[in-house]
Design a protein around this ligand. Sequence first.
Ligand code: GLY
Length: 365
Amino acid sequence: MPERSGHDVVVVGAGLIGLACAWRAAQRGLSVILVEAKEPAAGASGVAAGMLAPVTEAEFGEEELLRLNLEAHARWQEFAPELGGDLHHRREGALLVAADRDDAEALHRLHSFQLSLGLEAEWLTPSECRRREPGLSPRCGGGIFAPHEQHVDPMAVVAALLAKGLEIRTGDPVAAVDPHGVRLRSGEAITAEQIVIAAGCWSGSGIEGLPGMPVRPLKGQILALRRPPDRPLAEHLIRTPRCYVLDRGDGRVVLGGTMEERGFDTQVTVDGVYRLLEAAYEVLPDVTELEFTGARAGLRPATPDNLPLIGRSEPGNVIWATGHYRNGVLLTPITAEAVAELLTGGEVPAAVRPFSPERFAVGVR
Ligand code: GLY
């Protein structure tokens, strides 16, 4: 069997998480190789919207995830300039708006919850919402303004990471891990002291020698739209309980995202496209004027408690960096920092709860 040797670390998966982990590890002086089954960002990273939006993502009962997401948001403010390049980083904040009275009730409760957690979120009346965002429907029932919500273009982040000169082996999936490194489906062995599993929803199963982790695919469909250059659709990240719309500032508009339990299915469906357009039209009627340029479906890696899976497991040379659920882009810098610490024997950021076997019942296959 041919063998490549001499690496400190092999990172399995060249999505955003894998690339950022590899970059941070290389910055610490480790020799790193990425192995990717297809091509960089072939999974969730290539479909993601890129929201850095911890406040409007906050859900009842997910306070630990919220704390992590807030820390991650803070990390982004240094990560983006350090990474460099035009990431289409927009910082105008988010408006989470009510399309009807039911939404308004639900959002009032959510707003009280946000305030109880000390989050910066302001309730706006319908006319205040429309003053901030004139394209909103006159039927808008008010909403929550979260001033620090942001977004980036995930593919621009991928491009910036790829420009760091990382060594990447593509088109050959990892078949097995062992104490010496990984074996690819082609039979090639790559030896490395430590292995980082950052293969998104494909991390949970199918690699021999790893414990089966409960990471499952959570399908999201997302639409690509285009507006005339001189007519922004919305200044802020616009959300409702059923969709989000973000204007990249250069004519591209993103409308997402469905949440579907469909296994590894990545088909774009009429139902998905229809529901997203309907949800956007409720609050931003001008969306019907835009050019429809495409629709895609991606698979978020989800865990039973929606928290990411970051940390060491048996076999002892394996570090996990997956399970980022709806927050993969947001959690990229903090995950990479945590993994770099784990690789070098340091301390992971306090907001990251390192994986322990008690969290899920796991066993090596
Ligand atoms: N972060 C948005 C989504 O997962 O759809």
